[in-house]
Ligand binder design. Structure first.
Ligand code: FES
Length: 99
């Protein structure tokens, strides 16, 4: 069994940080940090409400066609990623307009 690898998610502008197992989705990390995040679909990836901006570490976090379709259908602002669809594979810095 491979050892568990944790990654650190930093939240701007508060500076709050959480460590989560690699692959945890950002929505879960945000909730673990105690920060508010909108979600009308229960993290089903359909409502487009959980948009966040990845400030650092997001290079190479490819967007799936499904995420792209949901963002377009829900008119999610350019540059935002759906927190429930992004798996944290490395340390990230994230922000939302309402934090
Ligand atoms: S919580 Fe609905 S799309 Fe992410």
């Amino acid at each position: 069994m491979l050892p568990r690898v944790d990654v650190e998610i930093r939240f701007s502008p508060s500076g709050r940080r959480v460590r989560v197992p690699e692959g945890t989705n950002l929505l879960a990390a945000i909730r673990q940090a105690g920060l508010p995040v909108a979600s009308a679909c229960g993290a089903d990836g359909t409502c487009g409400r959980c948009g966040v901006r990845i400030l650092d570490g997001g290079d190479g976090l490819a967007e799936s066609q499904a995420e792209s379709d949901v963002r377009r259908r829900n008119r999610v602002a350019s540059g935002l990623r759906l927190a429930c669809r992004v798996a944290a594979r490395r340390d990230l810095e994230v922000t939302a307009s309402y934090w």
